[in-house]
Design a protein around this ligand. Sequence first.
Ligand code: HEM
Length: 405
Amino acid sequence: MIGTMAFDLSRIPADFFEDPFPYYASLLDGPPFMFQEDGSVLISRHALLSAVYKDVNGFSSDKKLSFGPKFGVDSRLYEHHTNSLVFNDPPLHTRVRKIITGALNPRAIRVMEPGLRRTISILLERMGKKNAQTGSVDIIEDFASQIPIQIIGDLLGIPFDERDPLRDWSLAILGALEPTVSEPQMEIGNEAVEEFQSYLRTLVEVRKKEKKDPETDVLTRLIVAQGAAELSETELLQNCIFILNAGHETTTNLIGNALFMLWRHPDQKVLLLDEPDLIDGAVEEVLRTQSPNQFGNRQTTKLIEIDGLVLKKDVNIHMCIGAANRDPDVFEKPNMFNIRRKNARNHLGFAAGPHVCVGLTLARLEAKIAVTEFLKRFGGYIIKDYSFISKRVRFRGFVSLPASL
Ligand code: HEM
């Protein structure tokens, strides 16, 4: 039995990473607010998270107050995260969001689809060969992680042969967002921002001379906005870095988690093979039960009452998306993986309110095509080892997923 009072994000139990769900169930069973040792508050109920996400007057996304002591105000990580739209309120948030949204609307995404299908088909072909030669592939390394790198590489117009370091930069920068971060992790994160930024500076200089189509090229859109004085150079560079980070690990994890869940639930895999149109429901059910983002944060902007509790100004709130997605008040038999579930789409895997994920249509499309094509070709795949779960609190996914096809 897990005591609800014992759960504190600064002291995560060792078995949490592999199976956080009993802890979430215990949180959902307990009081709505779980105070943490540092004075912050953890919330887990779906209704409460939805209310906080939508109340932008009462809850801020600005993280300067907590990132200052965490990263040091002179650090690269601080500069990066505090300039990203996700950790800002209006006006910066509104300005940057408008610029990015234009290149991620359904029409722009339709333009990306043929390239996405080509990438997936090449990866499947390569995996088939590797499997024939070695009897094994890695679903993460050889497939899931390759798809978003190419998609976001295209979105920012990063030349094909310069995409290799992107994944490691992204992992290092996002790793520094964990509730507790070691000195070496912090150093790697700061170096990653530095290297990424200097790479982007050159890319921006080249793109300024040879602009691409602003309808589809996010970097050109940001450069045009900088020219019109809507963005500073720092804001431009840091938001480019953020787009890569936002769309990379999350989508890798969505595809990896989907293939893991379908293998773990063979009846659901058979159902999907029989009725491929269920793919939308399958992707939503993976987002609900194994959301790549397990935690978000908000901060109170004033003395505020919520669900009967009065909170002071500047209280940090941990939003447990992973628990809210299994709230029995919203989802019947919440721990059951059911690709026919009618209301799976009510999950909070993409958050809600004005910061709701900008890339959600793209992420869904990447996962739908990747899983459908993978199953068509390798429907009998076997996962050989699922112990390499990433030891992260905020992000859920596998570092490696060895399989035979
Ligand atoms: C399965 C994949 C994905 C998941 C689970 C995911 C999840 C999220 C979540 C939870 C947020 C809100 C964070 C918060 O406010 O606390 C967010 C924001 C964001 N995401 Fe995603 N995301 C995914 C894929 C993508 C992709 C592919 C892109 C772009 C190419 C993207 C771009 C963004 C951006 C720009 C924001 C900031 C929005 C804002 O602050 O207004 N995401 N995402």
